[in-house]
Design a protein. Sequence first.
Length: 221
Amino acid sequence: METMNGRPMRKLGISRRELFEKIERDALGPLPATEWEFAEWKRARVNIDYHIEVESFFYSVPHALIHAEVDVRVTERMIEIFHRGQRVGLHERRYMGARHGTAPEHMPSAHRRYAAWTPDRFRRWAATIGPHTEGLIVAVLAARRHPEQGFRTCLGLLKLYRGVEAAQAEAVSARALEIGAFNCKSVAALLAGKCRASGARDGAPATLLDHENLRGPGYYH
């Protein structure tokens, strides 16, 4: 036939360039304003702290969506959250630094109880175990920029103590406060070490023993 250089097409008597200008140009749409970006879709359930988890980082949605299932569009740069087809959250994706991305407009009123979860409820729950456990919960909440960001950890810690004797839980909490272990993984390790130590002592009074893998504050000085 011919190339785009304007040589006439044998059957049509018109060049490709002329054909493009007369027919095709007006049918073309504009190029996208942004480059195409790969996206992955996930399903997630909103936790009691009104955040969802993506790759060990947490992103807020409106607090009224606690316990709801949402769709999450994950790209290299952004996290988009949808509920029933409507976008309810947009966050810059996090790879380091603070683990929570919290939009102020997603937070509940300071005077409104929601889903029955409040810092005071966690504190009172912990106080039923003992003062050290109450202190640990208070420390977890105080360590977060917004107390709600500690709700997930508080719930996890208190669930760890289910079925554990109060004296044993208190010893673990005291040790956690001493070394600044304010997450579930660290406290679970302390509790596991405590249980092993107690079992090895054949029913001797429960006291928290130093474990070879635990480093006290003096280690760093």
